[in-house]
Design a protein around this ligand. Structure first.
Ligand SMILES: Cc1cc2nc3c(=O)[nH]c(=O)nc-3n(C[C@H](O)[C@H](O)[C@H](O)COP(=O)(O)OP(=O)(O)OC[C@H]3O[C@@H](n4cnc5c(N)ncnc54)[C@H](O)[C@@H]3O)c2cc1C
Length: 465
């Protein structure tokens, strides 16, 4: 059933004595668009749009775009696995922000060097793993090959970058889809603004692919397609907060950040103020929170007023107003961030991409004797990034690059993440981060921390998938 008709049928079902069969007959004979227009968009009964779901697949988008698409708490989906697929096959995307031939050529040269490094590291790590971990007699040969290949991709992925193409399949309600389109339209990246237009256009026509060939060819979500304006509250407020931070924040020291910092903020207003400023600066949450605690009520109100002055009646408050008892400030490689970003039972905030915190060097790189190849590819990419225009340059950021992101969550989610992400079948980068989360949390909150059953990084089983 097209999602808007499904939403209509279920909404009507809740308010009429009819059976679902009768409701479906009704919906067949009536106009779902008129109903949704009236109840969803005019009366603001947004939960009606929870009742229709839509599957969308994005093919050949950049990794940078994939991260933005997935940045929805009420989102279900899967992306191409960097553990099971060879990313060197598909080349790279040249961002539309690079307009001159010189910039495009510079970008292409560094991108090719990264992909060449990726191939070489993958090959060398596979060989070393086969030597160190020979196949046992009882292990299936194909499974063994696949596992070794996957583990080698775990190391090679540090040389992938945000401009490599990927595919994402998602299933969301049309309510989430509306938010996603509006948020993407407010993105500073052209690729994402164009994708938002493409999603809206796809909603306005029959599905490109359908399981049953005989299904009626009617548009999927035409009412939604008409109501997807840019999220101007988000767009204007982000700009205002960035300007405010630049003009008003005192210069703070910028020491090399810790991998994981865990806090339990006790002042909810300072927490909101710090969270509003976090994504538009490069300061740690701890620094911003301690500043906001010292500020007068007038200073805090300045930030809070800025964060609400563009809000219109139907806009939900910005995500930064959401909270949870524990705050985890991470400075981690983009590859690990991509993995942890997928956790939905938490509130997340990322700082702008930058090269300021340097890059990670997995120990396997030295073991296979490719440290020079690795450093050369990354250093060349970093040098090129300095020469490229803003936004376009972000596509060249290797997954090895450290970035800062904030996660707010309750104990149940912290327990879930620490358990799942320390499992020996996981990637060694997020295993180290999740283990550190447990250690720091246990120091902060010993009674709860002791309950987390996490596996230390030393426990290894490379042949477990
Ligand atoms: C070893 C490994 C390999 C992976 N490989 C891939 C891959 O190849 N491609 C890929 O795209 N992703 C991959 N992932 C990521 C994975 O698909 C999830 O995105 C990630 O684990 C976060 O989702 P979660 O449900 O585990 O946790 P969270 O999103 O943190 O959710 C926590 C809990 O909340 C509940 N919950 C959250 N959302 C829902 C929901 N919509 N419906 C019902 N319950 C919900 C569940 O109980 C869930 O366990 C991999 C993860 C691991 C650990």
């Amino acid at each position: 059933m097209p999602p808007e008709r499904c939403a209509y049928a279920l909404a009507r079902y809740s308010r009429s004595p009819d059976s679902i069969r009768q409701s479906l007959d009704w919906v067949r004979q009536h106009d779902a668009q008129q109903f949704l227009e009236h109840y969803y968009f005019q009366y603001g009964h947004a939960s009606i749009a929870d009742l229709g779901h839509l599957v969308l697949c994005f093919e050949g988008i950049s990794e940078l775009a994939a991260v933005e698409i997935e940045d929805e708490p009420l989102w279900d989906g899967q992306a191409r696995s960097s553990r099971y697929q060879d990313f060197a096959q598909a080349g790279f995307i040249v961002p539309p922000e690079l307009v001159t031939d010189v910039d495009r050529a510079r970008y292409a040269q560094s991108a090719q060097a990264l992909l060449e490094g990726y191939r070489r590291v993958h090959q060398a790590v596979q060989e070393l793993l086969r030597e160190r971990y020979p196949k046992s007699a009882d292990m299936d040969a194909a499974v063994y090959q696949r596992t070794i290949r996957a583990r080698a991709f775990d190391v090679a992925r540090y040389l992938l970058f945000l401009g490599v193409p990927t595919n994402v399949g998602q299933i969301t309600s049309i309510r989430t889809l509306e938010k996603q389109i509006r948020r993407l339209k407010a993105s500073p990246y052209q690729e994402l603004r164009e994708l938002a237009e493409e999603i809206a256009a796809a909603c306005n026509r029959p599905p490109d692919l359908q399981w049953a060939a005989a299904a009626p060819a009617e548009p999927l979500a035409p009412t939604l397609a008409r109501h997807t304006s840019t999220d101007s509250y988000l767009e204007a407020t982000t700009k205002d907060l960035a300007e405010w931070a630049q003009q008003n924040l005192p210069p703070l020291p910028r020491p090399q950040p810790e991998l994981v910092d865990v806090l339990r903020p006790e002042d909810p207003v300072a927490d909101v103020v710090a969270t509003l400023l976090y994504p538009v600066t490069h300061y740690s949450y701890r620094q911003l929170y301690s500043l906001a605690r010292q500020w007068s009520s007038r200073q805090r109100n300045e930030v809070l007023d800025l964060a609400t002055r563009h809000r219109r009646s139907r806009d939900e408050l910005l995500r930064a107003f959401r909270g949870a008892p524990y705050v985890i400030d991470l400075t981690v490689d983009i590859g690990a961030y991509r993995d942890l970003h997928r956790h939905r039972r938490c509130h997340q905030f990322r700082q702008p991409y930058s090269t300021a915190w340097g890059y990670e060097i997995p120990m396997w790189i030295r073991e296979v004797g490719l440290a020079t190849v690795y450093h050369e590819a990354l250093d060349q990419a970093y040098a090129t990034i300095e020469q490229l225009p803003a936004l376009g340059r972000d596509y060249l950021l290797p997954f090895a690059t450290r970035i800062r992101a904030l996660f707010k969550m309750d104990f149940a989610e912290l327990d879930y993440i620490c358990r799942l992400r320390t499992s020996p079948k996981g990637h060694f980068s997020y295993r180290r981060i999740a283990w550190e989360m447990k250690q720091k949390f246990e120091r902060l909150e010993p009674e709860l921390g002791r309950l987390i059953q996490a596996t230390p990084p030393e426990v290894e089983d490379l042949l477990t998938r």
